[in-house]
Write a protein that binds this ligand. Structure first.
Ligand code: AMP
Length: 114
């Protein structure tokens, strides 16, 4: 847990461009954006991957999606559309082991994803 980069963003040890915060959730711009809007939405508690999610975390994961909705509306991408993605472990490309919802918008996305 001590090497959890995103906990250091929550505690402000590492700077980030924060766009949304409440008691449970923090959201900030991705340093390597893959779309005109690319925000990471994270829980304020340490959960490594979706595999580590417990039954009692279900409401918290819902709050990540509700934050995505709020940010999309606020950033003006809700009507055109956007994508939310959560990678789990190596095959999906997860590189930071503190769960995070990617919110991507401002361009058209292909399906299936690469
Ligand atoms: P994932 O590959 O799903 O684990 O996504 C991790 C994301 O975190 C990548 O899109 C990185 O660009 C992003 N990232 C890594 N370090 C930082 C940081 N210090 N601030 C903002 N985004 C970061």
């Amino acid at each position: 847990m001590s090497d959890d980069l995103f906990l250091k963003i929550i505690s402000r040890e590492i700077p980030a461009d924060i766009v949304f915060e409440n008691d449970d959730v923090l959201a900030f711009r991705d340093v390597n954006p893959q779309a005109p809007l690319h925000v990471l939405i994270i829980p304020k508690i340490h959960i490594r991957t979706i595999n580590d999610m417990q039954q009692q975390d279900a409401e918290l994961f819902g709050k990540l999606f509700f934050a995505a909705r709020e940010i999309a509306l606020e950033q003006g991408i809700a009507k055109d559309g956007y994508r939310v993605v959560m990678n789990c472990n190596a095959a999906a490309g997860q590189t930071v082991f503190h769960v995070h919802l990617h919110l991507l918008g401002g361009r058209k996305f292909d399906w299936p994803p690469g």
